[in-house]
Design a protein around this ligand. Structure first.
Ligand SMILES: *[C@@H]1O[C@H](CO)[C@@H](O)[C@H](O)[C@H]1NC(C)=O
Length: 208
């Protein structure tokens, strides 16, 4: 008997990677990346054999080169490419950043999609994101969500209060050897990359 599950995993994984590697996607495609079939929480990681990034800084490599390669943050990294202010920053070797990337599970479990805002529903009703103005509204919200997860400096020292690109103040504390982003108390579950213009940290929660 064929172990069907072995074949079920890669399809979902490939969908995620394809969604994340598109250069620039129409908004409808961004929406679709949230409607992919639920894959197992921890599908096999195709990059599992890569050396851990924690110890060394890859010289000459920048965040935009590597952020799409970590499957666990494929949804968030796809969004970074859709927001010009963020994608140009991560692609600029002269500007450092610490990317706080919520993992795929967090992105799927958000109470509201990152382009939604309760205020918009109050003001515009159920059709808040329909039509051209609705799409503009969604883009603005999406931009705020992504910019809230980009700290415009690296190295970023412990306890140092900084404003993310959307102007929200954050800092991190060390608790039991773990980095915790404050004031939300969100755990940094791993450091996916350390490259010449900054670092990519994987979060077990979101900052919104
Ligand atoms: C940018 O990051 C690199 C790699 O960590 C570091 O060597 C450099 O000093 C940083 N530059 C600034 C301006 O923080």
């Amino acid at each position: 008997m064929k172990p069907a599950s072995l074949f079920a995993y890669p399809a979902a994984t490939i969908c995620l990677i394809l969604a994340a590697s598109a250069e620039s996607r129409p908004f409808s495609d961004i929406l679709k990346s949230f409607h992919i079939p639920q894959s197992p929480l921890h599908p096999p990681n195709p990059f599992a054999n890569m050396p851990p990034a924690d110890e060394t800084v890859s010289t000459g490599v920048i965040i935009s080169d590597v952020i799409g390669k970590t499957q666990a943050i494929a949804i968030f990294s796809g969004l970074t490419r859709d927001i010009d202010s963020v994608s140009s920053r991560l692609d600029d070797a002269s500007q450092n950043a610490t990317v706080l990337a919520p993992d795929n599970r967090v992105m799927r479990d958000l109470k509201r999609k990152p382009w939604e805002d309760a205020e918009d529903y109050n003001t515009f009703g159920a059709d808040a994101y329909q039509g051209k103005s609705g799409e503009d509204r969604a883009h603005k919200n999406l931009r705020r969500f992504v910019e809230r997860h980009i700290v415009p400096e690296s190295p970023w020292e412990k306890d140092k209060k900084v404003k993310t690109l959307d102007g929200n103040e954050v800092w991190w504390e060390s608790k039991d050897g773990k980095k915790m982003i404050q004031p939300n108390n969100i755990e940094v579950t791993s450091v996916a990359d350390k490259v010449s213009n900054g670092e990519v940290w994987v979060l077990g929660g979101s900052l919104v």
